[in-house]
Design a binder for this molecule. Structure first.
Ligand code: ZN
Length: 235
């Protein structure tokens, strides 16, 4: 799995036009080393975990690993729950250390996180969030718990459902509490920056991921089949 990064020095030399190169994805979102032209790099990406997992899932489809695609889409949904719970807690001015302590109580069981999401959504918006259909939940459970091997079309169907679920959720969060979306994103970036220590020069980059909470999608977002076409995935 690779991600696109831009070397700032190369971009400056080219009059501001960035050149992409790829690196293996890292757990901490921090990239060091040299660009293909030998410039020293220290780059942090602000990609959120659910965005990265979604990217991994799309790559898995492209590479023909459908089981891995379904499990990464499912993990992406779970990490989106975490992000949304953090945002909705932020709207109520929950202190980060209180949030962390509370999260520890639910961190090892995804069903608890789902419950937290549903009720935080209900108290925030006065409506029940739309979740995955029973059919999609069944597909996920068969793949993850019963070792069923999904076909390509299963992975695509599940991916489309995951995409709709997350994008609708992002639309809702951005539409009603954009400042808190930015606050949680800022905390995420600050955590990565902490690991940079006092090393300079440094840059922060937004990787071109399919899901991107920074994007304004209030008037719509790219259809899932377009995402597949962009990645040369044939349906
Ligand atoms: Zn360079």
């Amino acid at each position: 799995m690779r991600t696109g990064l831009i070397c700032p020095e190369c971009a400056e030399a080219a009059g501001g036009i960035g050149t992409f190169f790829v690196e293996t994805i890292r757990e901490d979102g921090l990239y060091t080393g040299k660009c293909p032209n030998g410039h020293d790099l220290l780059i942090a990406t602000q990609t959120l975990r659910h965005e990265m997992l979604f990217e991994i899932a799309l790559n898995a489809i492209a590479d023909g690993y459908y089981r891995e695609a379904v499990s990464s889409f499912a993990a992406s949904i779970e990490r989106f729950f975490e992000f949304a719970i953090a945002v909705l807690s932020s709207t109520r001015a929950v202190a980060p250390e209180v949030f962390c302590a509370a999260w520890k109580k639910v961190s090892s069981q995804s069903e608890r996180q789902l419950g937290a999401y549903v009720f935080l959504y209900v108290v925030s918006f006065g409506a029940v969030p739309q979740l995955l259909s029973n059919k999609m939940v069944e597909l996920r459970n068969e793949v993850i718990h019963k070792s069923v091997l999904p076909e390509k079309r299963d992975a695509i169907t599940f991916g489309a459902a995951a995409y709709e679920f997350i994008q609708i959720g992002v639309q809702k969060l951005r539409g009603s509490c954009l400042a808190d979306v930015n606050n949680i994103l800022g905390q995420h970036v600050a955590k990565i920056a902490e690991k940079m220590g006092s090393r300079y020069p440094r840059t922060f980059q937004v990787t071109p991921t399919a899901l991107n909470v920074i994007q304004d999608i209030s008037v719509g977002y790219k259809p899932f089949d377009q995402l597949l076409r962009d990645r040369n995935i044939r349906v």
